[in-house]
Design a protein around this ligand. Structure first.
Ligand code: ZN
Ligand code: ZN
Length: 246
């Protein structure tokens, strides 16, 4: 019997050359695709370059070029790399294609229509000099854990994951002035609505062939509850992020 097998490989960020570690994490998908094709299954193995996001925007700004031009440089390099290494993607695309935008918008609207999204107003860092909201990485300040200079998403000295609001003595990475906070409305996925469904799925999957660490990690997350946990709780920071309150 022919089985349809979909393999969605990770989408590498188009913000720097691929190194062995990144390739190693992509390789298992290709092994799996070859295995299923050899078995006679119908395989759809896809991936692409992630051309959006702060890392791309920050580095493009530093080089003084458009983010799309910056992303294209690495997308082309990735494609060449995958071809010369013999990766067998059925489709390797990029996130800034109209088709990709369309599918993402359809998914978003479906989630919205089904009531799985909700809005919340949160304070976001804003620079009055540059007249723009600042992505987490554009904010710098003193780390609350080790007191070293850190970025608004992470401290490189102690590896703590941060929110810009965790930092003191904050400055804008672009102009060096202290930013302010302004309210903004964001959409969130109500993950807590899926707790029971995920527990059922995991208990079924566990009887199959999940690895021990996958079972343990998933169970730990579900035990903590999809409601009420956030990336900051493990560092015991005084967290005010919306994930925490759900
Ligand atoms: Zn730190
Ligand atoms: Zn600024």
């Amino acid at each position: 019997m022919t089985t349809n097998v979909f393999i969605g490989g990770a989408w590498p960020y188009a913000n720097g050359s691929l190194h062995l570690g990144r390739l190693a994490s992509l390789l298992p998908g290709d092994v799996l695709a070859r295995y299923h094709r050899a078995k006679g299954d119908q395989v759809l193995y896809v991936s692409g370059s992630d051309c959006h996001g702060t890392p791309v925007a920050v580095q493009a700004a530093q080089e003084g070029i458009e983010p799309s031009a910056f992303a294209t440089r690495y997308h082309e390099e990735f494609k060449e790399c995958f071809a010369s290494l013999g990766f067998t993607y059925d489709n390797y695309t990029r996130t800034d294609q109209p088709f990709h935008h369309e599918v993402v918008q359809q998914l978003f609207l479906k989630l919205l229509d089904n009531g799985h999204l909700y809005t919340r107003t949160v304070q976001q860092t804003y620079c009055e000099t540059d007249e723009r909201f600042l992505p987490d990485r554009y904010v710098e300040g003193t780390c609350p854990v080790c007191r070293m200079r850190a970025r608004g998403d992470q401290c490189d000295y102690c590896s703590t994951l941060l929110d810009p609001s965790d930092l003191t003595d904050r400055t804008c990475k672009l102009c060096g002035n202290p930013p302010i906070e302004r309210p903004t409305v964001h959409y969130y996925l109500a993950l807590s609505k899926f707790q029971a469904e995920m527990e059922r799925y995991v208990s079924k999957a566990r009887k199959g062939s999940w690895r021990d660490n996958a079972v343990q990690l998933t169970s730990r997350y579900l035990k903590k509850g999809t409601a009420g946990s956030c990336r900051h709780t493990r560092f015991n920071l005084g967290c005010r992020c919306p994930d925490r309150r759900l």
